[in-house]
Design a protein around this ligand. Structure first.
Ligand code: SF4
Length: 454
């Protein structure tokens, strides 16, 4: 845990286990990344319960079908190793789905017993002969890391195992976007393409996890980054990678830089004007084109909204929790619009969270590697006006009697999580309106008179 000035609450002293974790399990993030490849099927090497939990979580957030295969450990495989189970699972998945790619993620159990998954996959490939789908393995033990670490590990594994070099393509840009919504992915593609660039987005689960209704059942829903595009990643002019906490040496953008010399441009999630300007400046530099008119117009409307709304939100105190990159970008955005971030918390523990928050909101307290009990203890010692985070913080918001503006993931208690737009001038506009209106609604509802003109 990165330390904070907050004392440990007496109720915490007897606990070493997480209670209502402020993160999700590591292979969940990897499964999400593999779902962003066209025709891919994620496969968990471990017990069935892990895939059931991840399916349930992702289905309830995205409200779309989500198949995650499992190598289905038994007591015997837990003791003697799961090589046979994994080979059988690969055979069954390939026969049932005819996938382009199988994304094998490990679980706590298979990591604990020390299965050598790379060797098992190698043996399977030899036995299966030529052809067949790509099989990508990512190591994702959940006792180390969070869903975000799983996502980063899977993207890195995909790039390392599938990307190829070749003649450079000056108008091709790789984008590794972080754990954002399908609406965010659609927006990022639109923005990059409006600069006249080809957008190689990895992963791209925009259609697969927020698609249209089907006339007929599809075993693997349409959408995702085509395998051919992943292979071209080594030829791109640049990689835009949206994370400030991941270690460059462990990311997909880092691998592309080290292996193929593709320039990596590291950015935070583009939430707020400053952060979106940074993204657009990078795109201007790579494309040689100015900010397209419609995006300049959106920026102008956003500045106007800031002017209109500042009197309602200035100096309001905000608590932000969730995945580290999302919290950091939201804190920067909050500071930009005059909100005061007073507590930023995450279940992640990259080791960079406190420093990144200090950069954008120097007076804010930070907590990382914490659960919701820790956050509740800390929030009892401060006053907040509004809360930004996922739906796992609902009980906290209810106990504090403060509005929760739902962002990030998971969101299990509202519809439309896949369509929340967080990023860019357009997403920032929507977030700004939602936050200002949540504050107005709360002050209206908690006022005896209930003014109708605010
Ligand atoms: S056992 Fe580990 S991998 Fe499986 S669901 Fe639990 S935390 Fe995730």
């Amino acid at each position: 845990m990165t330390h904070t000035t907050l004392p440990v609450h007496p109720s915490r002293q007897a606990f070493t286990a997480a209670r209502n974790a402020c993160k999700m399990c590591t292979p969940l993030g990897a499964c999400l990344a593999f779902t962003g490849i066209e025709g891919a099927v994620p496969l968990l090497h471990g017990s069935q319960g892990c895939s059931t939990y991840i399916r349930r979580y992702l289905i309830s957030h995205f409200r779309e079908p989500m198949d995650i295969a499992s190598s289905n450990f038994s007591e015997q495989s837990a003791i003697f190793g799961g090589a046979d189970n994994l080979k059988t699972a690969l055979t069954n998945v390939i026969r049932s789905y005819s996938p382009t790619c199988v994304g094998v993620c490990t679980t706590c159990l298979s990591e604990t017993i020390g299965d050598n998954v790379s060797a098992i996959v190698g043996e399977f490939r030899k036995g299966a002969g030529d052809g067949g789908p790509a099989i990508v393995h990512a190591s994702t033990p959940s006792y180390y890391g969070s869903h975000f670490d799983g996502y980063i590990a899977a993207v890195r594994a995909i790039v390392e195992q599938l990307a190829q070099g070749g003649e450079g393509e000056a108008d091709l840009v790789n984008v590794i976007p972080g754990m954002v919504s399908p609406a965010d992915l659609r927006y990022i593609r639109e923005l990059v393409e409006d600069f006249g660039l080809k957008c190689n987005l990895l992963p791209d689960y925009a259609e697969r996890l927020d698609g249209s209704a089907w006339a007929e059942y599809q075993k693997i829903p349409a959408g995702g980054t085509p395998m051919a595009d992943i292979r071209r990643m080594g030829r791109a002019a640049a990689t835009l990678e949206m994370t400030t906490v991941a270690d460059f040496a462990k990311t997909g953008g880092g691998a592309l830089s080290a292996r193929f010399g593709v320039r990596r441009i590291g950015l935070g999630l583009p939430i707020g004007i400053d952060a979106t300007d940074a993204l657009c400046t990078a795109l201007q530099e790579v494309s040689g084109r100015p900010l397209p008119r419609r995006h300049a117009d959106e920026r102008g409307r956003l500045v106007d909204a800031y002017v209109d709304g500042h009197k309602y939100i200035a100096e309001k105190r905000v608590l932000i929790f969730g995945e580290e990159d999302m919290v950091i970008s939201l804190a920067g955005f909050a500071a930009e619009i005059g909100l005061k971030p007073v507590l930023c918390a995450s279940g992640g523990h990259s080791g960079r969270f406190a420093a990144e928050i200090a950069r954008v909101a120097p007076d804010c307290r930070t907590l990382d590697d914490v659960d919701f009990e820790d956050i509740a203890d800390a929030s009892g010692e401060i006053d907040v006006d509004v809360i930004l985070g996922n739906s796992k913080g609902y009980k906290l918001a209810k106990s504090l009697k403060r509005p929760l503006v739902r962002v990030g993931m998971p969101i299990h208690d509202r519809l439309g999580a896949a369509r929340i737009l967080h990023v860019g001038y357009r997403g920032t506009q929507q977030l700004f309106d939602r936050i200002a209106n949540a504050i107005l609604e709360h002050s209206q509802d908690s006022n005896e008179i209930g003014y109708s003109y605010l």
